[in-house]
Design a protein around this ligand. Sequence first.
Ligand code: SF4
Ligand code: SF4
Length: 193
Amino acid sequence: MARTKGYPEALEKKLADTRLYEDERHPEFTKTVEKISMTIPHMCYQCGTCTASCPSAPRSSYRIRKFVRRALLGLEDEALTDPDLWLCTTCYSCTDRCPRDIAPTDVIMAMRNLAFKRDIIPVNFLKTVQAIYTSGHGVPNNDVNRAARKKLGLPADPPTTHRFPQYIKGIQYILDYFELKKNADRIVKEREG
Ligand code: SF4
Ligand code: SF4
């Protein structure tokens, strides 16, 4: 299966082409990412400490250092259309260790926000939004977990919206306010019918 399944067809070819084209650089992208992330990718000297700290790197083609470089060079399309953008677990190890005090995690978060604005987002992320809207959890509790919790002497449900469903309304208010659920439903429908 092509690793870019569900993304623009030209992406596979583009990712294979490592040359840098001046006309693909958008300096305003660098500024926008810096503004949203409130961090400083232009200070990156490509030491690689972030990638070496990243738990996703040994298991995938994801390289956080590459995304910081794309932010610095203003390579908007290359950054936002790369499916690896969604492989960060937001563990913040890279941010803890960057010798330049850059927060690569927040660079990724800023890029994800910008990608979502262009409807570039994997369906499983949208389904997480839908699950949060319904239950208050990205991964709702289930019978297997309930049984495991009971075995450990814990209440079957944690003290979250599972035990206090009256608070789901507040979560729905936030997701509605930012039109997250509405957009998630729309994109899922467009992709899956
Ligand atoms: S650790 Fe910091 S300086 Fe080093 S490559 Fe990553 S972002 Fe750049
Ligand atoms: S925050 Fe994301 S990019 Fe940074 S180390 Fe963790 S998984 Fe990797």
